[in-house]
Design a protein around this ligand. Structure first.
Ligand SMILES: *Cc1c(COP(=O)(O)O)cnc(C)c1O
Length: 393
């Protein structure tokens, strides 16, 4: 990438936004907690006018994200959802059609079904594991293809490159990819041809469950200006304090990701070998049907997995309640191992039939594997098995 300085990611996340504060030489970039900026003379500023438009601390986070995305242009938002919403407001008009990955974050479904639908935005879900699935869903008015890969919560993988090539051949269709599960360090979606890389920075970027935030990155300067305009107009910019916290978290992103995926690999294998586990979804397992595609486009398998127990839904939920070290909480990508039941959390808006069709059974447990020692996590699973469904058939 020509835009990317010649540093490794672990260096970039620490030094990409290194402009020091001159008053005290504080090593941390300061929190510019301000609504407005003084005009040196009427109309003359240092580039900042009002913090709904831009803010130096938000900009520092944007530079760090742009650096790891390998582009010059990244923008940060109040949440992952406000990043997706701002993107839709910026590139769609009433009458446009959107194709969404059929397995996708529940909040993204809600945005289209409960909100954008009422503004004349049409959409369809498609099997985005291949370009053919997307091609079958194309309409003359398709303007945006929004992929999530690996997808929440089954880890289903979309073929980013093939879909981007299809979109390019059709012309006038943007491809955006929700890359929350891997971040550009484990999957660079812009390199694979996507027009827009989206992340919920709430997850791995922050990494400590301290903030809610989102980002969009692109190589397209015109699109960046349009996004900036919409963000300023609707007020969806990230706050200075949350940007600052995310910046601190991000400094350890490469080293955290390495540990997350190492631990996830160990836990996935242990679960797969357990007699009371019927299924484990983890792209790094040989049993994962799309492992080849994962190896082709990803630079790692990440820290997310989901699994099903050989037990009823009720007993599976008891198993979750019996976990002591793993925490039952929504969200993912933090230092703590988090377990969720998608049917009652992220995908509760769908009917059971809709969920079943997507491989999201009521008993599916999603795990964001944290940085605790894998042996302690496994001991926690062992005691939860013993306390609930037992550990042999
Ligand atoms: C959490 C999440 C979002 C939404 O992000 P928020 O920061 O919670 O608004 C979008 N996509 C994926 C894959 C997520 O995990």
């Amino acid at each position: 990438m020509s835009d990317r300085p010649d540093f490794a990611p672990s260096t970039l996340v620490i030094h990409s936004n290194r402009s020091y504060e001159k008053q005290s030489n504080s090593i941390l970039f300061p929190i510019h907690q301000t609504a407005t900026y003084i005009h040196e003379s009427v109309g003359v500023t240092k580039g900042y006018g009002y913090s709904r438009g831009a803010n130096p601390t938000v900009n520092a986070l944007e530079q760090a994200i742009a650096a790891i995305e390998g582009t010059k242009h990244a923008l940060c938002f109040r949440s992952g959802m406000s990043a997706i919403h701002t993107l839709c407001m910026a590139v769609l008009s009433a009458g446009d059609h959107v194709i969404l990955s059929d397995v996708i974050y529940g909040g993204t479904m809600r945005l289209f079904y409960q909100v954008l639908r009422h503004f004349g935005i049409e959409y369809d879900y498609a099997d985005t594991s291949s370009a053919e699935g997307v091609e079958a869903a194309l309409k003359p008015n398709t303007r945006l293809i929004f992929l999530e890969t690996p997808a929440n919560p089954t880890l289903k993988i979309s073929d980013i490159k093939a879909i981007c090539e299809l979109a390019q051949a059709k012309g006038n269709i943007l491809v955006a990819v929700d890359n929350t599960f891997l971040t550009p360090l484990l999957q660079n979606v812009l390199d694979l041809g996507a027009d827009v890389a989206m992340m919920s920075t709430t997850k791995y970027i922050d990494g400590h469950n301290a903030t809610i935030g989102g980002s969009l990155a692109t190589h397209d300067e015109t699109l960046t200006e349009r996004l900036r305009l919409v963000r300023k107009t609707i007020g969806s910019i990230q706050t200075p304090f949350d940007s600052w916290l995310a910046l601190q978290g991000m400094k350890t992103l490469p080293i955290r990701l390495e540990a997350h995926q190492k631990h996830a690999g160990i836990v996935a294998k242990w679960l797969e070998d357990h007699p009371r586990v019927v299924k484990v979804n983890y792209p790094g397992l040989d049993s994962f049907p799309q492992k080849k595609l994962a190896e082709k486009q990803q630079l790692g398998f990440g820290g997310m997995l989901s699994f099903e127990l050989d037990a009823s839904t009720e007993d599976s939920l008891h198993f979750m309640d019996a976990l002591k070290l793993c925490t039952c909480a929504e969200s993912l990508g933090s230092v703590e191992t988090l377990a969720t039941n998608p049917a009652t959390a992220s995908h509760c808006d769908l009917t059971r039939e809709q969920r079943e069709a997507l491989g999201i059974s009521d008993r599916l447990i999603r795990l964001s594997v944290g940085l605790e020692a894998p042996k302690d996590l496994i001991a926690d699973f062992e005691q939860a098995f013993a306390a609930t469904i037992g550990s042999s058939k």
